[in-house]
Design a protein around this ligand. Structure first.
Ligand code: HEM
Length: 135
């Protein structure tokens, strides 16, 4: 699924977020919140002790997913996101924590509310598809 299929828009979501600097700020806020907020502890504990690698990978991935440069694919090939998430037990609770963390990050980064709403719908499709356990 891609977030750049907004027919008629003159700018990609990547451009509207402020290009690489804007996407990086969003990813950094997302992982800062995951680290800081007890409500996201469930998904934080699925991640490595240091989030540096996670930050880079999500940043590279989102640049392409939002209609910008294909940094992730250049490094790792096809994302195969569902397969890459199989080592982590992801159910409804984990999906919903991921979504809440991303929505909070978008709010705190002052992403335009209409675009944040559209992106949240696209993120939800991907996050829901990542579920690999019941509950
Ligand atoms: C549904 C809840 C989700 C959980 C619990 C979750 C959790 C994780 C974890 C634990 C990792 C490994 C981090 C690391 O190796 O440093 C990871 C990697 C990754 N996640 Fe998620 N994730 C979720 C949803 C998503 C969504 C919705 C996206 C994209 C929109 C995404 C994109 C990525 C990417 C690009 C990677 C790096 C994959 C790699 O190259 O190894 N994740 N995720």
């Amino acid at each position: 699924m891609s977030a750049d299929a907004d027919a008629g828009a003159t700018q990609t979501p990547f451009e509207r977020l402020g290009g690489e600097a804007g996407v990086r700020a969003l990813v950094d806020r997302f992982y800062d919140l995951m680290d800081l907020e007890p409500v996201y502890a469930g998904i934080r504990q699925l991640h490595p002790a240091t989030l540096d690698g996670s930050r880079d990978k999500l940043f590279w991935f989102l640049c392409g997913w939002l209609g910008g440069p294909s940094h992730y694919i250049e490094r790792y090939g096809h994302p195969r996101l569902r397969a890459r998430h199989l080592p982590y037990a992801i159910g409804i609770a984990e999906r919903d924590q991921w979504m809440a963390c991303m929505i909070q990050a978008m709010e705190e980064c002052a992403v335009d509310p209409a675009m944040a709403q559209r992106l949240a719908e696209s993120f939800f499709g991907t996050a829901d598809w990542m579920r690999n356990k019941g509950g």
